[in-house]
Write a protein that binds this ligand. Structure first.
Ligand SMILES: Cc1cc2nc3c(=O)[nH]c(=O)nc-3n(C[C@H](O)[C@H](O)[C@H](O)COP(=O)(O)OP(=O)(O)OC[C@H]3O[C@@H](n4cnc5c(N)ncnc54)[C@H](O)[C@@H]3O)c2cc1C
Length: 381
């Protein structure tokens, strides 16, 4: 491995925009502040450099991990048999006449949102405050407050790792779904840049999320059907950031309550026919009134979506669980975030993740699935 990494070093010598680093640690590069060391790291300052680095590493058969903001990664402790490819390219281009926005993969996503609003565009304000890079947004089709990147993504500049070709690929070819795409867990392609089509009137996307609409003073008397009201994008961004901060969902290196990977589990999607059994299990533990209040939303033909946070809380895991002495805890603001309080290891985190998952499964028969990408470690052991 080290030998092949040295070969990569030689192959990329003199290529513009490439920098090697031998002090890369995942604990410095992830928002959980956890994880060990790769064999080496290559920083790529332009989309061309990123494509070249990945293609050369692939031709040497070197296992690699593309790292954006590290906000959706659970990485094993210790030495890892892979190289880190850090995405550092960060240009943002905005055409205010047409509403097209292009961002390099390494642009900080929240800078993209902020720049779009400063330029008078609307459409991604609900995605304010999501940590990480622009290039990772299609990977799990990031979403929040009733919006997702699929709503505005037109195409991505993609390196196809099987063929080595670089071309613009339409969003429709990425199978974007709830916190997923055909890029997630496959590593089949590397996003070099993204293109969005935004609104030129400066208004937000329709406010589909009740809590956010209420925060913005939207009432039943407002014109239009529910979920169609729009507000100035800047006002929506401010409200979203305020709501997110209240839940510890804006990463702050000074605040351990935000040292997380965001929502640790996706909301479970189950066959609608099975929802009654879950409700019965809730009723047995907490009574009929609580069971009747169980969040359960339509999720496509024959399927329903439950709330992972609600189930975790009803299974007995309170905010801050298991307590102030633990190095890994549920956030004190949001039960769905597992947080590193400073001295934790990935093994500690995995232990708590397994305990929460088993607790929910034992109580309600529902298996939660982690949202982040796991590297060198597995929740199933
Ligand atoms: C406090 C907090 C709040 C969060 N809130 C939300 C939220 O509201 N909604 C939401 O959807 N997510 C949320 N997340 C999760 C996370 O921010 C997003 O998934 C984000 O898009 C990850 O971006 P990243 O650059 O940090 O990706 P990384 O963590 O660096 O990588 C994640 C995966 O994407 C791959 N990847 C990264 N860049 C590329 C690329 N250019 N091409 C191909 N693959 C790539 C990596 O190899 C890895 O498999 C939150 C996370 C935190 C810490």
């Amino acid at each position: 491995m080290t030998h092949r990494f040295n070969e990569l070093h030689d192959a990329l010598r003199g290529v513009d925009g490439i920098r090697f680093a031998d002090d890369f640690r995942f604990s410095d590069a992830t928002t959980l502040h956890l994880g060990g060391r790769p064999v080496g790291a290559v920083h790529c300052a332009t989309p061309d450099a990123l494509a070249t680095a990945v293609s050369r590493a692939d031709s040497l058969d070197l296992p690699l991990l593309v790292v954006g903001g590290g906000s959706n990664l659970v990485v094993a402790d210790g030495d890892l048999p892979l190289i880190a490819v850090a995405v550092d390219c960060s240009e943002i281009d905005i055409d205010t006449d047409t509403g097209f926005l292009r961002a390099d993969a390494g642009a900080v996503w929240d800078d993209v949102v902020s720049a779009s609003i400063d330029a008078g565009l609307g459409g991604i304000e609900c995605l304010s405050g999501i940590p990480g890079s622009a290039g990772a947004t299609p990977v799990q089709n990031v979403g929040a407050y009733g919006a997702e990147i699929a709503d505005v993504l037109t195409r991505v500049l993609l390196l196809d790792r099987a063929t080595g070709t670089v071309e613009w690929v339409s969003a429709g070819a990425l199978d974007l779904g709830y916190r997923t795409s055909n890029l997630k867990h496959t590593g089949r392609g590397v996003v070099l840049a993204i293109e969005l089509q935004l609104r030129t009137d400066g208004l937000s996307a329709p406010l589909r999320f009740g809590e956010l609409a209420r925060r913005l003073g939207v009432t039943a008397a407002d014109a239009g059907a529910p979920g169609t009201v729009r507000r100035p994008a800047s006002a929506v961004r401010d409200a979203v950031l305020e709501l997110r901060r209240g839940k510890g969902m804006v990463h702050d290196p000074a605040d351990h309550d935000t040292w997380s990977a965001g929502s640790f589990f996706t909301n479970p999607v189950i066959a609608t026919a099975d929802a009654a059994a879950v409700r019965d299990a809730v009723a047995r533990l907490h009574g009929a009134a609580v069971a009747d209040a169980m969040p359960c939303y339509p999720a496509g033909e024959g399927h329903s979506k439950l709330s992972a946070a609600w189930l975790i809380e009803r299974a007995g895991f309170v905010r801050g669980y298991p307590g102030p002495e633990a190095s890994v805890r549920l956030s004190t603001l949001h039960t769905l975030a597992l947080t590193n309080r400073g001295g934790a290891t990935t093994a500690d985190l995995v232990g708590l993740a397994r305990e929460v998952r088993a607790g929910v499964r034992d109580a309600f028969g529902v298996t939660l699935h982690p949202e982040p990408v796991w590297v060198g470690v597995d929740i199933d052991g």
